[in-house]
Design a protein around this ligand. Structure first.
Ligand code: NAP
Length: 295
C-alpha cells in the first residue's frame, strides 16, 4: 500500500463530503495516517465516533487543526471566513489548507487573506455529491470517476498543488486545474442554476391549491420527481452557494429566462421546428454525458 500522502488530515465539517473523504481515507489507504474530524455540533461528532470513520473528533476547530499537515474545509461556504479566522493562528507551517466548497472566488476572497505565511492554500471542488447530507450520507466511493477541480491562486507552491491532485486521484477522481472565475461560471450553469430551477418548480407546484397539489404529489411523473430529488438538498449549503456565486448565477438565470421566453413564444405560435430543435439539443447533451461517463 502507498505511503499516506498526509500524516494527519483535519476535516472541518464531516457531512456528506467530509465523511466521504474520511471513509475514503479509511478504506483506500495512502491518503492520511490519521483523520481528525471537526463539526459544529457535538451530536454530529458523536455520530462520527459511532460510525468509526475518524481517529479523533474535536469540537474546537483550532484544536482540530493542530499538527495537521492537511486541513480541509468541508462546511458550507458561508462559514469559511469564520472558520479560517478561528484556525489561522493554529495552522502548522508547511501545511496545506484546502477545501471542497462549491464556489471558488468567494473562498479565495474569504479565506485567502487569512492564510498565514508558510501555509499552502489550494482551493478545490470535487464534482461529486448527492441530495443527502450529514455523516451518515457519505460513502468511500463517492469521488470515483468524478472530476475534482483545483483553483490555486497565482503563485501557489506547485508541489502543494500536485499533492492535492494526487490526493484526489487516490480517491478515484480525475483532476483538472481551473481559473476560479471560470469555475464559478461553469458551475453556475451545470449545477447552481439547475438547483435554483428545482427549488422554484417545487415551490410553484406547492403553491397550487387543494386538489391540484394533491394530484401533483399523487401522480408525480418522472420529470417532476427528478426535480424533487434535486430540491431535497440541504438548505444552508444551497443558500450559501447562491449568495456566494451571485453574479454568475444571476447571469445564467437571465440567459435561461430569455431562452424560456423564446420557447414560450414558439409554443404560443405553434413553431414546431423551434420546439423540436430545442428538444433535440437536450437529447444530444444527454447523449454526450453518457459517452463521457458523467451521466
Ligand atoms: P453537510 O452534509 O450538510 O455537512 C456540513 C458539515 O459542516 C457538517 O459537519 C456541519 O456540522 C458543518 N457545519 C455546518 N455549518 C457550519 C458552520 N457554520 N460552522 C462550522 N461547521 C459547520 O454538507 P456537505 O454536502 O458535505 O457540503 C459540504 C461542502 O461541500 C459545502 O461547502 C458544499 O458546497 C460542498 N460540496 C457539496 C456537494 C454536495 O453535493 N453535497 C458537492 C460538492 C461540494 P453539524 O453537522 O454539526 O452542523
Amino acid at each position: 500500500m502507498a505511503e499516506p500522502l498526509f500524516r494527519r488530515l483535519a476535516l472541518l465539517g464531516v457531512g456528506l463530503i467530509g465523511s466521504s473523504v474520511a471513509r475514503a481515507a479509511r478504506e483506500r489507504g495512502g491518503l492520511a495516517g490519521e483523520v481528525v474530524a471537526n463539526a459544529r455540533s457535538e451530536a454530529t461528532l458523536a455520530r462520527v465516533r459511532d460510525l468509526g470513520i475518524a481517529d479523533r473528533t474535536e469540537i474546537d476547530p483550532a484544536r482540530a487543526v493542530e499538527g495537521a499537515d492537511c486541513v480541509m474545509l468541508c462546511a458550507p461556504v458561508g462559514s469559511y471566513a469564520q472558520l479560517a479566522e478561528a484556525i489561522a493562528p493554529h495552522l502548522a507551517p508547511g501545511c496545506i489548507l484546502t477545501d471542497v466548497g462549491s464556489t471558488k472566488q468567494s473562498v479565495i476572497r474569504d479565506v485567502g487573506p487569512l492564510v498565514p505565511e508558510g501555509v499552502h492554500f489550494v482551493p478545490g471542488h470535487p464534482l461529486a455529491g448527492t441530495e443527502y447530507s450529514g455523516p451518515d450520507a457519505g460513502f468511500a466511493s463517492l469521488f470515483e470517476g468524478r472530476w475534482c477541480l483545483l483553483t490555486p491562486p497565482p503563485g501557489t507552491d506547485a508541489e502543494a498543488v500536485e499533492r492535492m491532485a494526487e490526493f484526489w486521484r487516490r480517491c478515484g477522481s480525475m483532476v483538472s486545474g481551473m481559473e476560479p472565475a471560470h469555475h464559478d461560471r461553469v458551475l453556475a450553469i451545470v449545477s447552481h442554476l439547475p438547483h435554483l430551477i428545482a427549488f422554484t418548480i417545487c415551490g410553484t407546484a406547492d403553491d397550487l391549491e387543494g386538489e391540484t397539489r394533491q394530484e401533483v404529489l399523487q401522480f408525480a411523473a418522472s420529470g417532476f420527481r427528478d426535480f424533487t430529488r434535486i430540491a431535497a438538498s440541504d438548505p444552508a449549503m444551497w443558500r450559501d452557494i447562491f449568495l456566494n456565486n451571485r453574479e454568475a448565477l444571476l447571469e445564467m438565470l437571465a440567459r435561461f429566462t430569455e431562452d424560456a421566453q423564446a420557447m414560450a413564444r414558439a409554443v404560443r405560435w405553434g413553431d414546431t421546428e423551434y420546439i423540436e430543435d430545442r428538444i433535440l439539443r437536450g437529447r444530444k447533451i444527454r447523449q454526450s454525458l453518457i459517452e463521457l461517463k458523467q451521466a
